[in-house]
Write a protein that binds this ligand. Sequence first.
Ligand SMILES: Nc1ncnc2c1ncn2[C@@H]1O[C@H](COP(=O)(O)OP(=O)(O)OP(=O)(O)O)[C@@H](O)[C@H]1O
Length: 363
Amino acid sequence: MVGVSQQQIETALKEYIDPYLQKDLVSAKTVKNIQIEGNAVTVDLNFGYPTKGYDEVLTKQLQAKLNAIAGIDSVNIRIEHKVVAHAAQKGITPLPGVKNIIAVASGKGGVGKSTTAVNLALALAAEGAQVGILDADIYGPSQPRMLGVKQQPDSKDGKSLEPVMSHNLQSMSIGYLIEEETPMIWRGPMVTQALEQLLKDTRWRDLDYLIVDLPPGTGDIQLTLAQKIPVSGAVIITTPQDIALLDARKGLKMFEKVNVPVLGIIENMSIHICSQCGHEEYIFGQGGGLRMAQENEVDFLGALPLDITIREQADSGKPSVIADPNGRIAQIYREIARRVAAKLSLQAKDYTTKFPTIKILNS
Ligand SMILES: Nc1ncnc2c1ncn2[C@@H]1O[C@H](COP(=O)(O)OP(=O)(O)OP(=O)(O)O)[C@@H](O)[C@H]1O
């Protein structure tokens, strides 16, 4: 009997389109090794984005596919992931301890940007990445409450700050340093200076992703931040109302202006689910976020319902991804997290720190 060939396995792997990368496994360069021993095949895959919540489904589908090849009776799929640093805006120095910064922005306030940012960060961590969150929403820092953090950050040297740990997430917020009731009057330059300091003086530790929860809006402050922080990609949060969509479009333009790629749009409060009877209703209109994404040729990353549990869980210091990890809402956030990370993994790598020094020798 003729044995199974490497070519046969590759052809089968080429037929599998990864739903997050939207490419087949071979073209996406995820296949690291194929080993055939008699009737047994082992495939080693390596992804540039964290895949914990997807490994089981992927393994089952590939096993079914490869087992269908005549002559194979044992399939072993080994999955790894390795997140690398991707390029940020030209001329901005990368942040020590942080591979990729993802900015979460909204055109207008109150659309659920901070709630989505923290759940996205927790979802990326649940997928297996090392994640941090910087609460740059200086006017209304809500991350301490949502992360259930009461203590102030430590400082080992009196100059830098140690990130606060909760739910396996490193975090920093102006809210850790000032009293919640203290009225702060921030003026433009003060905000950017305070945030730059908060970002740079924190000793982030080996982060694959740092989520930056930007202040709402698309004014000068946001523009300056988008220019000064080394951002690899941005995510825009909107609700389906026309007014929010209009403002979200301004957000898209802002990132375009500063050459930060937009990874996609998330629609929040998309559909209302009645907590009494489960009835579903599109209070703010249907499909607005998707249409806007299509019109502007950016990805639509997903939609979250308007659901009281999202607010209650965030308010209690345990956002939905932590409070109900197997629930429907957590699964939506995790699906979105995989899309965000996969989209980022397709972008150019950051070579700035890896170039060897060229020495010119006089002979
Ligand atoms: N999908 C949702 N379903 C129900 N409540 C939500 C949802 N998303 C956010 N909320 C609630 O809406 C309120 C506003 O959310 P959040 O603070 O995240 O918005 P924001 O856009 O960051 O606001 P700001 O612009 O003021 O910083 C919060 O009480 C939050 O718990």
